[in-house]
Design a protein around this ligand. Sequence first.
Ligand SMILES: [Zn+2]
Length: 218
Amino acid sequence: MSLIFVSIGLLLTLLLAHFSADLADASALKARAQVAADAAALAAVAESGPYGTGQPERVATAFARANGGRLLDCECRPGAVEMEVTVAVHDVVARARALLDVELLGPASFSGAVHGLDPKLAVAVDRLVEASEGAVTVTSGYRSREQQERLYRAALNEYGSPEIADNWVAPPGGSMHERGLAVDLGGDLDLAVRLIEKLGLPLYRRLDNEPWHFELVP
Ligand SMILES: [Zn+2]
């Protein structure tokens, strides 16, 4: 059983790693089963991440197969930040659990984040940050079309294909940040949720799998 904290870089590394594990003896088979399980768990949790397709079991099946294994079991609730898989290579069984570390995957930050936001959202975010006494921060607020384009191009460069880049950054024109209707918060997100409720602020989390992303209540 391996326990993995995911960043996308690690995911790509593991996808490459299986090419060197093409050996036939029993210990190699065990290693190969573990690699297949790791890859399946990582792929599943990545698909659960921001802008993923929300079909973790389907990708876990595909990645287990790509690594010479078959998926026996997948505790893969779409939107969850934790996935556990069981994979077999021939009759050797391995398990892996991958956790999405939302701190690592959090979006790039901009200075002057509150500038450009819808005024109602800006007031609510100011009140929230003040009430938290610095425990809640704004990591990203309004983005111009150019900023979103830059982010998207950087993701394309890093991940090589639109299919993967789309999992992490919305394409230009597709983000509520461009309309000034969303902020990404950092720091103590549980406290943020409690304060939003306590103060009756017009903010809500739209997506389970993007816990840092808050939008103005329509
Ligand atoms: Zn966001």
